[in-house]
Design a protein around this ligand. Structure first.
Ligand SMILES: Nc1ncnc2c1ncn2[C@@H]1O[C@H](COP(=O)(O)OP(=O)(O)OP(=O)(O)O)[C@@H](O)[C@H]1O
Ligand SMILES: [Mg+2]
Length: 234
């Protein structure tokens, strides 16, 4: 089932009199259940693309459809609702609230969604369990390791049952062993059906996804399935 369709997407930033073409004519179809790594050097447009897919930014031209819905036609409110309900974000820097416990951090999206407190707590606990963090429910972020904080952030991204999990350099701040554990968690989530779009500049990280899309100067220059990717890297 097709989940995400980008059709001839351009994003140009205007800085004074200069225009910076960050994404140029990107077309991409992603099915439900895929794990797609978007790879490219610094400045290639990865975050710009991710912000548009995550409905945080709009294309200068071209269309983005999520679940058959043309997101350009939606009001800001409707886009915010779609973002809250259908997209989970994971960032390099975890972005947890320092004065809230692990379980309170995970509950946050459900508060915005208007879920009742008791159900909220149940769902947050289930999400923490799914990332192996049941034992750390009442810890504050400062009492957690980087890898544990990222697991809590992943639980927060998953708690609303998003159609797409979007991750921007999710292992960028972690040592390689902890990073591998987080990537193993992503693989497990994907095996269980979670659609994942992961951004990275690191080929070893990208290799954890069955599909790798490569950006250069804002354009897609390669779109490979894992077998081809491995052969290519060898
Ligand atoms: N808000 C902005 N205003 C002006 N130019 C921007 C803006 N955001 C991004 N750019 C430019 O667009 C291009 C792509 O930036 P982007 O942040 O998407 O790259 P990236 O691939 O995520 O890089 P990195 O790996 O360093 O995070 C860069 O040339 C950048 O300078
Ligand atoms: Mg970036």
């Amino acid at each position: 089932m097709t989940l995400l369709v980008l059709d001839a997407v351009h994003r140009t930033f205007r800085v004074g009199t200069v225009s910076v073409p960050a994404i140029r004519d990107v077309s991409l179809v992603i099915d439900a259940g895929e794990c797609v790594a978007v790879m490219g050097a610094s400045g290639s447009g990865k975050s710009t693309l991710m912000n548009m897919v995550g409905l945080l930014d709009r294309p200068t031209s071209g269309t983005i459809q999520i679940d058959g819905e043309d997101t350009a036609r939606l009001s800001d409110d409707a886009r915010a609702r779609l973002r809250g309900g259908r997209i989970g974000f994971v960032f390099q820097s975890y972005n947890l609230l320092p004065r809230s416990t692990a379980v309170e951090n995970v509950e946050l999206p459900l508060i915005y969604a208007g879920v009742q407190p008791r159900l909220r707590r149940l769902r947050a606990r289930a999400a923490l369990e799914s990332v192996g963090m049941s034992m750390r429910e009442t810890h504050f972020p400062s009492q957690l390791s980087g890898g544990e904080q990222q697991r809590v952030a992943i639980a927060r991204a998953l708690v609303g049952d998003p159609a797409i999990l979007l991750a921007d350099e999710p292992t960028g701040a972690l040592d390689s062993r902890t990073g591998s554990e987080i990537l193993a968690l992503f693989r497990k989530l994907n095996r269980d059906g979670q659609t994942i779009v992961m951004i990275t500049h690191d080929a070893a990280v990208a290799a954890h996804c069955a599909r790798v899309v490569q950006l250069r100067d804002g354009r897609i220059v390669a779109d490979m399935r894992q077998a081809a990717w491995r052969a290519d890297a060898a």
